[in-house]
Design a protein around this ligand. Structure first.
Ligand code: PMP
Length: 323
């Protein structure tokens, strides 16, 4: 679907995947006016296809568009584009048990000009790829590196938007994490390098020995994850106390060492829920819950996966049938 000043949204089409033709001065190539989303379609036991909380992705896409001075795509068009692509080609049907279709809607500024101003033309597209089930059998707890050198987002910046530039800026920190022998990076706040924010592509949760759960609040520097929101709802439904509060890295270490903190996990659309077993930082490493996936992590993950696979009923509207 294209957008231009005067015409608004127009020319929707589904085509075979092929290279794009763009002018070398297209705004996106120079000023990174680009946003995207990530969501999944699942096949339910009755054979129907359903999107998981696509309305929430549509809303986040609009918020990202607003932050990047781009036109807002109507929610119906967002959902229809995902529905149309997921149903047009049935070959994606995952053969792996628990597989799903990952959908990647995105929008780029396509007007050709040199000069810093919002583009007057945009291209919105969706691509898709079939993915197998993550975490089959016992999950491996991952290790993360707390970067003190690089921050992901500062107050007033684009941290809450899903724009490519945020990820470009995070790659060097992820490379640092790998160099430190870890699987992933965890970012601290830009101002003090003290408050735990999120991973490169996942939000983070802490579980305490009194059964309560904590996750950093949406202060504008982290991505408002849809998995994060879903797990808060599910945890509260299980009677668990959930706090959205800042958590300092030094406190995290102290609580892990004293046993007050029993589990930590990350969450996002791709991997759903991933247990974190080890944290490495300037002060050295510390282990959480013996470095193995904990019971609360497993329980929340199982509850969410059951809803997504259609073997349990979730809150109204979470699974949106599309065909
Ligand atoms: N934080 C970041 C930086 C991400 O890229 C993602 C993945 N979209 C998340 C958190 C998790 O968001 P969601 O649960 O909506 O996939």
């Amino acid at each position: 679907v294209r957008w231009s000043e005067g015409q608004g949204w127009h020319d929707p089409s589904i085509t075979a995947r092929e290279p794009l033709t763009m002018d070398p001065s297209a705004a996106v190539l120079h000023y990174a006016q680009e946003i995207f989303e990530g969501l999944k379609a699942y096949r339910l036991p009755d054979g129907k296809l359903a999107l998981f909380r696509a309305d929430a992705n549509a809303r986040r896409f609009r918020e990202s568009a607003r932050r990047l001075a781009m036109p807002e795509l109507p929610e119906e068009l967002f959902i229809e584009s995902c529905r149309a692509l997921a149903t047009v080609d049935r070959e994606w049907m995952p053969t792996v048990e628990g597989g799903s279709l990952y959908l990647r809607p995105f929008m780029i500024a396509s007007e050709a000009f040199l000069g810093v101003k919002p583009s007057a033309e945009y291209l919105y597209m969706v691509i898709a790829s079939s993915v197998g089930a993550y975490w089959r059998g016992p999950a491996r707890a991952v290790s993360i590196w707390a970067s003190r050198e690089y921050a992901r987002a500062a107050a007033g910046g684009t941290g809450a938007a899903k724009c490519g530039g945020n990820y470009a800026a995070s790659l060097v920190a992820q490379a640092e994490a790998i160099r430190q022998g870890c699987d992933q990076v965890v970012f601290l706040d830009a101002a003090e390098r003290r408050w735990v924010e999120e991973l490169g592509g996942m939000n983070i949760f802490f579980v305490f020995d009194d059964g309560s759960i904590q996750t950093p609040p949406l202060t504008g520097t982290i991505l408002p994850g849809i998995t994060r929101d879903s797990l808060i709802t599910l945890a509260r439904g299980m009677g668990l106390t959930v706090r959205e509060e800042l958590y300092a890295i030094d406190q995290w270490r102290a609580d892990a060492e004293s046993g007050r903190l029993t589990e930590t996990f990350a969450c996002g659309t791709a991997a759903v829920v991933t247990p974190i077993g080890t944290v490495a930082e300037a002060q050295g490493r510390f282990t959480i819950g013996g470095g193995v996936p904990g019971p609360v992590t497993t329980r929340l993950r199982d509850a969410l996966v059951a809803i997504q696979r259609g073997t349990a009923v979730g809150p109204d509207g979470w699974m949106q049938p599309i065909a």
